[in-house]
Design a protein around this ligand. Structure first.
Ligand code: PLP
Length: 402
């Protein structure tokens, strides 16, 4: 018998190319401080602080009582697909077919399946910055190359011209995320359509990640690529999630709507990886999509109240400039003024400084491809926001006085 040459684990090239989510790294550091007995204020998490609404929890209890606890079809139950189809019909006027829907273990899995079934080594994927950290990592996993599109500084608006300037013969996919994590920017519907038209004219496919779809602040309204005309929609994968809208991050239910050929390939991958998402979670999601929606409006009102406190409070800190988020639940202020005066070089150094000295967790903009910014999640109580802002203000005052 031949012995292995070494006992040390050698990662595959694919694993070597990928990096651990830097937002998770921050959470781990915060956890370590907490374990050491410190009161840590956490502006890190990308998840609602609300409990899952009661009607949704009750649906899950019923599913367990009725022994709905077995495998379902890998692409999700017809009942849930139909609930998602009805939801989109009501919201956008577009009727999808069940064969154009896949239910996954979170929107993340849908996006992963969507990219891995389309991208070949060397294909270019256009991603506007700042971007959700996972997009380029999945592209890397697929062997593709992320081409980051610079948007307007501070406001982070993306235009069709910015996209067009970055298209090459190798471009295959554009990933849009509106409302955006981390910037909170919403792409206006007319600009969205212009961007998609340019992409389609150049033969690109498009993923529209709409996991914050319901969380837009007036005058902005929820907008889905599903409402685009058929000739455009037939190149688009719309990715959605129950995680944020219904405070269901732990249930792991997301979905994609896309041309049936694309969905077929995604189902193939999913059937050989995770199979179906949780049967109980799917029953809960049916209630979420088709039951009472008041809880969503309640959460949005609370996010708006927090945003109305947080943005002026950040702008009152010398060296910080924060544009008002139009959607989602993140503030993404520029900290360039602080960096210039303090001698701290990067957003990552500043976030470490705030964690060590003020015990406040914020995420460095560099994690999202935007150096000179920080991301603060306001999916946390108003009281916590106020205490956190006080600590940041004091910490930066001390820094300026040094
Ligand atoms: N897309 C964006 C922009 C996100 O911020 C997240 C979660 O943080 C997701 C997708 C995926 O969410 P989930 O997999 O919980 O549905």
């Amino acid at each position: 018998m031949t012995k292995p040459a070494t006992n040390s684990f050698i990662r595959s090239e694919r694993a070597q190319a990928m990096e651990c989510s830097s937002t998770l790294v921050v959470l781990q550091k915060a956890e370590n401080l907490r374990r050491a007995g410190h009161d840590v204020i956490d502006f890190g998490p990308g998840e609602p602080d609300f409990p899952t609404p009661d009607n949704i929890k009750q649906a899950a209890f019923r599913a367990i009582e009725q022994n709905f606890t077995r495998y379902t079809p890998a692409a999700g139950t017809l009942e849930l697909k139909q609930a998602i189809i009805n939801y989109f019909l009501k919201e956008t006027g577009t009727r999808y077919e069940p064969a154009e829907v896949i239910v996954s273990a979170g929107g993340k899995q849908s996006i992963f399946n969507g990219i891995i079934t389309l991208i070949n080594p060397g294909d270019e994927v256009l991603i506007p910055s700042p971007y959700w950290v996972t997009f380029p990592e999945i592209v890397t996993c697929a062997g593709g190359k992320s081409i980051i599109i610079a948007t307007e500084p501070n406001s982070f608006h993306l235009t069709a011209e910015m996209l067009e300037a970055n298209i090459t013969p190798r471009s295959k996919l554009l990933i849009l995320n509106s409302p955006s994590n981390p910037s909170g920017r919403v792409i206006a519907p007319d600009e969205f359509e212009r961007i998609v038209r340019v992409a389609v004219e150049h033969g690109l496919w498009i993923i529209s990640d709409e996991c914050y779809y319901q969380f837009t602040y007036a005058p902005h309204k929820p907008y889905s690529a599903a409402s685009l005309p058929h000739e455009l929609r037939s190149r688009i994968l719309v990715s959605g999630s129950f995680s944020k809208t219904y405070a269901m991050t732990g249930w792991r239910i997301g979905y994609a709507l896309a041309p049936r050929e694309w969905i077929e390939e995604m189902v193939k991958i999913q059937s050989h990886s995770t199979s179906n998402p949780s049967s109980i979670g799917q029953k809960a999601a049916v209630e979420a999509a088709s039951g009472a929606q008041e809880s969503v409006a309640g959460m949005l009102d609370e996010y708006a109240r927090r945003r109305n406190y947080l943005v002026p409070a950040l702008n009152a800190i010398p060296g910080i400039e924060c544009v008002e988020p139009e959607g989602a639940f993140y503030a993404f202020p520029s900290i360039k003024g602080v960096l210039v005066k303090s001698g701290i070089k990067t957003s990552s150094d500043l976030s470490e400084h705030l964690l060590e000295k003020a015990h406040v967790v914020v995420t460095a903009g560099s994690a999202f491809g935007a150096e000179g910014y920080l991301r603060l999640s306001y999916a946390t109580s108003l009281d916590t926001l106020k205490r956190g802002i006080e600590r940041i203000t004091n910490c930066l005052e001390q820094l300026a006085g040094q």
